[in-house]
Design a protein around this ligand. Structure first.
Ligand code: ZN
Length: 177
């Protein structure tokens, strides 16, 4: 087993919508193992498949209760508001205060194809929303207000690792690897 390199903002894979998983096979089980290893090495508490360059609707997490994985996750209900300083392994070293729903109900499948259903609050809820965004090609900076996002993109450009990232509002920008 070996870990992956985590894709960093500016990598186009992070901006694509991941595909539904239609088959659970050994390679998917290996992918989950490798993603968990990558997540623990980082270290982080959640990791979505696009962050390791794999366009599948899958993420892994561990908020202290052991490793978990969910396939084809969907949020079916959300409630409340919660402010939390959120970071991302794909935007290393930075974090922003972001308001999102406080509670979510998420459903999906486990690696045996069984139905999963979690009601999550606060940190775990935030993690689910953040990782699900990754499956839709959305990074946390899209959750910032316009001024904060402009400032964030400038900071990211200044840090070099996101040299190719352009504000979406600009439209038609060329995204380079
Ligand atoms: Zn992230």
């Amino acid at each position: 087993m070996s870990g992956y390199d985590i894709r960093i903002i500016g990598d186009p894979v992070l901006r694509q919508t991941a595909r539904e998983i239609t088959e659970i096979d050994d390679s998917l089980v290996r992918l989950v193992d490798d993603m968990l290893e990558t997540m623990y090495d980082a270290p982080g508490i959640g990791l979505a498949a696009p962050q390791v360059g794999v366009q599948k609707r899958l993420f892994v997490w561990d908020v202290g209760a052991g490793p978990e994985a969910i396939i084809n996750p969907e949020i079916v209900e959300s409630d409340g508001e919660w402010l939390f300083e959120e970071g991302c392994l794909s935007v290393p070293g930075l974090s922003w205060e972001i308001v999102r729903p406080k509670i979510v109900h998420i459903v999906g499948r486990d690696l045996d194809g069984n139905e999963l259903s979690f009601e999550a609050d606060e940190l775990e809820s935030r993690l689910f929303q953040h990782e699900l965004d990754h499956l839709d090609g959305t990074l946390l900076i899209e959750r910032l207000d316009d001024d904060t996002r402009k400032q964030a993109l400038k900071t990211i450009r200044d840090l070099q690792f996101g040299a190719a990232e352009q504000p979406r509002a600009a439209g038609g920008g060329l995204t380079l690897p």
